[in-house]
Design a protein around this ligand. Structure first.
Ligand SMILES: [Zn+2]
Ligand SMILES: [Zn+2]
Length: 258
């Protein structure tokens, strides 16, 4: 059983063949997908719920991506709280800081990030953190809010943030980036994350793993990243799949819907 713990099934690039690629994921052994509720912006954060309602094995989240932080109004924080009551909404996010693209001003990113962490703490839900070129501020803000649990998704940060996240009880999730030949340092971090703290994801439609690099990514490709991680860690694919699926269950407590 393999779990894709981060996908964007609502993405327009899936419009033409969405049902077929969801079926392909199932046929390849993926038994759970967490689709991220960011959508095209804050008003669209419920975009994953229709998938969660249509498929017993798909779950969703709600939140505002750092790219969209400047579009947030007070009502969107209420919207997060309201939509998070849905039984198949398992987490708040993705939220965080992206200083690579800087699509929203950094001070607004920080404020919207912290607000969402506070909502997650209040609702006792895990958070899905997106962080890019913002290691220091991410760590500082995570330390300001408690109690928190969650995952740093599509991890590409340095050892310092990995250690801080582990110290704070967070999980670390790796995407196809870890399979890229130039990502040696990242692969070394992935090799050493404790077994009970590891997740695997596609972040599709972005970041297809080798050997699909450059193509549109999809949940069935999570197999390739899992295979890479298993090999780096000296365990079998089956062991990696079951460890990461158990970790997913422990963090997100998905309701039994089968
Ligand atoms: Zn992200
Ligand atoms: Zn994402």
């Amino acid at each position: 059983m393999l779990t894709d713990s981060h996908a964007h099934l609502d993405d327009a690039r899936f419009a033409a063949d969405r049902e077929a690629l969801i079926q392909r994921a199932w046929d390849s052994g993926v038994r759970r997908i967490l689709t991220i509720g960011n959508g095209a912006g804050p008003d669209d954060m419920g975009c994953g719920i229709s998938f969660a309602e249509a498929y017993p094995w798909i779950y969703s989240t709600v939140g505002v991506h750092p790219h969209d932080a400047s579009k947030v109004e007070a009502r969107h924080f209420e919207m997060i709280g309201r939509l998070a009551e849905h039984p198949k909404v398992l987490a708040i996010g993705e939220t965080g800081l992206d200083y690579h693209y800087d699509n929203s001003p950094r001070d607004i990113q920080r404020e919207v990030f912290q607000r969402q962490l506070e909502i997650a703490a209040k609702l006792d839900l895990p958070v899905i953190i997106h962080t890019r070129e913002a290691d220091e501020d991410t760590e500082r803000i995570l330390r300001m809010v408690s109690p928190l649990r969650g995952v740093i998704h599509c991890f590409t940060s340095g050892r310092g943030l990995a250690d801080a996240a582990l110290e704070l009880g967070f999980l670390i999730s790796f995407s196809g980036i870890v399979t890229f030949p130039n990502a040696r340092e990242l692969a070394e971090i992935a090799r050493t994350v404790p077994a009970e703290r590891l997740l695997v994801e596609t972040d599709c439609p972005y970041l297809a793993p080798v050997p699909h690099r450059g193509k549109r990514n999809e949940p069935s490709f999570v197999m390739e990243t899992a295979r890479f991680l298993a090999s780096a860690r000296g365990i079998t694919l089956e062991q990696l799949a079951s460890q990461t699926s158990e970790n997913f269950t422990r963090l997100f407590s998905p309701p039994e819907t089968a």
